[in-house]
Every structure is written in structure tokens, then in C-alpha cells.
Design a protein around this ligand. Structure first.
Ligand SMILES: Nc1ncnc2c1ncn2[C@@H]1O[C@H](COP(=O)(O)OP(=O)(O)OP(=O)(O)O)[C@@H](O)[C@H]1O
Ligand SMILES: [Mg+2]
Length: 262
């Protein structure tokens, strides 16, 4: 069964998509069959792996409302072991259309259940804000990774995130766990970044990933070339950081599974 990981934070622009895409690519490049699921109607994760959301014959939206069976697109010509369930603007309609559907919070969960024997990792890119789509994402996941920017107010945003995780755990998904918090767009030269990291450590202890996802122009350029950073600029600081982060994620997932078996 796959490890299903949601990359989630209600705050916009914190690096969710960058993290989902590059984590998925690094997991795939270390030999794990990985599925990236784009749950954001903006389709940023879809275009970041070079898939044109306008040319889709089916979409995650049609799958979620039960019109099509899930049909992940293989990205193997450029990225072995990586697949995507792409999205497009159609998904924005889901908010309205789901409303009358049975189990509207569990639509993604049931779609993934039919796929989770085919993959080792399923990485879910969440939209910002609290919506039916982000609730579906957290309901489908085993574990959550929360990207945060080391900046003023980041900690305040985190209290909303942990409250949401707790609420979902109490109602829709009792097995949901926080896998960890990862600092994105990190700039070690600023004192503020160091202070925020100290605070995070004091509150979340070992749940803060050791890898810092450094701020790098290459990481922001890569999506416009439809490539993850390990392909766009394999020797860059961003590629090294995401590779290291993916190893930490693999280790944390293995530990969590071993713990669950005891
Ligand atoms: N480590 C980084 N270094 C430089 N730029 C980055 C880094 N991580 C993300 N960015 C850039 O910051 C912007 C926001 O990142 P991203 O789209 O990943 O955030 P998001 O949380 O998915 O946003 P949204 O909430 O809109 O979905 C993008 O332009 C992205 O290229
Ligand atoms: Mg995004």
C-alpha cells in the first residue's frame, strides 16, 4: 500500500506546489513508483511537470465526480517512475458540484483506494485556503507535510493548520498524522529565519525536518520549463536540498509504518 502524503498549508504561496512536485520527482528518481496528484484548479503542479492542462482528455474533476476512472499519465520519457493525475480549471467547479454528492469529503479517498497498490508514494498538492478540495486532500492522506516560510506570522498560520488537522482527524480521517514541518524559501543570512526555526523547534521538536529548502532562483524558474529541479539544474542548491529532503521523508515514512505495525 502506498504512503499517501498531503502537502498542505492553508496559507497561499508558501511552497506547497514546489515541494509536492520536487519531492515527488526525487522519490521517483530514487526508484520509488510515485504518483503526483494535483488537487489545485490552478494546475500549477500539472504544468510544472510539463503537462498541458488544456490538452487533457480526462481530468481529476471528472474522476472525482465519478464520470471517469482514474488514469494517471506516465511521465517516463523524462522522469522514470513518476506519474501524475493532472488538474485543470474544471476542478474549480467541484466545490459546487460535490455539494449534492454522497460522501463529498471522501471522493479523493475512494479514487486513490483503487490506485494505492500500484504506487509506493502518492503525493497530494493541496490548494490554499480551506475548501472542499483541501478537505478531500486531508481526508485521503495518511500523513501531512506542512511547508512553512521562515517569516513573521508563519507560526500564527501554523496554529490554523494544526487545528484543521485535528478537526479532520476527529471527524473524517482518524488515522491522519503530521509527518513533519519543512521550512521553505530559507535564507540563512537573515536573523528572522533563524529565530523562526528556533521557535518551530521549541513547539514541534523532532517534527521539524532537518533539511531547509533553500531559496533559489533556479527553483522558481524550473516550472516554466516543465521540469523538476533535479532535471532542470541537477547540481543546484535546490536540487541538493530536495534530494536530501526526500531521503528524510522516506525515513520518516518507514519509521511511522514500523511504529504502526508494533
Ligand atoms: N525555495 C524556493 N526558492 C525560490 N522560489 C521559490 C521556492 N519555493 C517556491 N518558490 C516560488 O514561490 C512561489 C510560490 O511557491 P508555490 O507555488 O510552490 O507555493 P504554493 O504554496 O503552492 O502556492 P499556492 O498557495 O498559490 O498554491 C512560486 O513562484 C515558486 O516558484
Ligand atoms: Mg500551489
Amino acid at each position: 500500500m502506498a504512503h499517501i502524503l498531503a502537502i498542505s498549508n492553508q496559507k497561499g504561496g508558501v511552497g506547497k506546489t514546489t515541494t509536492a512536485v520536487n519531492l515527488a520527482a526525487c522519490l521517483a528518481s530514487s526508484g520509488h513508483d510515485t504518483l503526483l496528484v494535483d488537487m489545485d484548479p490552478q494546475g500549477n503542479a500539472t504544468s510544472a511537470v510539463g503537462v498541458n492542462s488544456r490538452g487533457l482528455t480526462t481530468s481529476l474533476y471528472r474522476t472525482l465526480i465519478g464520470l471517469d476512472t482514474p488514469d494517471p499519465i506516465a511521465l517516463h520519457d523524462r522522469m522514470p517512475n513518476l506519474w501524475i493525475l493532472p488538474s485543470n480549471m474544471d476542478l474549480a467547479a467541484a466545490e459546487l458540484e460535490f455539494f449534492d454528492l454522497e460522501n463529498r469529503e471522501r471522493r479523493l479517498r475512494s479514487v486513490l483506494r483503487s490506485l494505492d497498490r500500484e504506487f509506493e508514494y502518492i503525493i497530494l498538492d493541496s490548494p490554499p485556503s480551506l475548501s472542499l478540495l483541501s478537505i478531500n486532500t486531508l481526508t485521503a492522506a495518511d500523513r501531512v507535510i506542512v511547508p512553512v516560510q521562515a517569516e513573521f506570522l508563519a507560526l500564527e498560520g501554523l496554529s490554523h493548520v494544526t487545528a484543521t488537522i485535528n478537526r479532520i482527524r476527529q471527524s473524517l480521517n482518524p488515522d491522519l498524522q503530521l509527518l513533519g514541518i519543512v521550512v521553505t524559501m530559507f535564507d540563512g543570512r537573515t536573523r528572522l529565519a533563524q529565530e523562526v526555526i528556533q521557535h518551530l523547534g521549541a513547539i514541534f521538536g523532532p517534527k521539524v525536518f532537518k533539511t531547509r529548502l533553500v531559496r533559489s532562483v533556479r527553483l522558481s524558474e524550473a516550472p516554466s520549463h516543465g521540469l523538476p529541479i533535479i532535471q532542470y539544474e541537477p547540481k543546484s542548491a535546490g536540487a541538493i536540498a530536495y534530494t536530501q529532503f526526500s531521503q528524510e521523508v522516506i525515513h520518516a515514512c518507514e519509521e511511522a509504518s514500523a511504529w504502526a505495525r508494533t
